[in-house]
Write a protein that binds this ligand. Sequence first.
Ligand SMILES: [Zn+2]
Length: 243
Amino acid sequence: MKLDILAIGAHPDDVELGCSGTLISEIRKGKKAGIIDLTQGELGTRGTIETRYAEATASAKIMGLSVRENLKMRDGFFQNDEAHQMQLIRVLRKYQPDIVIGNILEDRHPDHGKGGWLIYDSCFLSGLRQVKTFDEEGKEQEKWRPRMLLHYIQDRFFEQDIILDISDVWEQRMEAIRAYKTQFFDPGSKEPQTYLSTPEFLDALASRARLLGKRIGVKYGEGFLSKKNIGLRSLDSLILHET
Ligand SMILES: [Zn+2]
């Protein structure tokens, strides 16, 4: 199955927090999108692997994803090495996405930067014919390089290269995030409080989206970084609000 957009996150919920607004917005426009979770988030303080899967599935439904796969790499300890790159290259060649959206290249959680570079390197290597991979039936895969790789912002703030207007899908985006019931603020939960589970965390998330939105003259925005220059087909794609 070919996808238009493949979003990748080190942990289930990384993609929701980083770029679910953009995914929902593109899916509404008829694009096919999927998510690859690199790990099962088994080091998370709250919830279990099982609750995470149930939450990731619920969130995928809210977003309207065509596919969601978990590569079961080791949370906290996976590496950007040949074995992990080959695992990811197989997935890139399977889904042949034109656009990949992945973790940021440096962040508070070391898995985010590590994941970001793993995605970056794998997207490049996947385009090389001499890197041989085989699908589930043992058939050799075609080389595939995504045309564009974007990185979503996570905990640390970075100046973005582009900001997308996600105002129209804001409610749906927050619904996808709240699907991770064990991870975020729940007044009834008896589990230990974490960095993510305070009410302030979700407030801060909304504040950032508003700040990014303000910069382009809309209510809510999501920001991305790219190592490559971003090309526009036409000036019609520009938002021309006063800022
Ligand atoms: Zn994470």
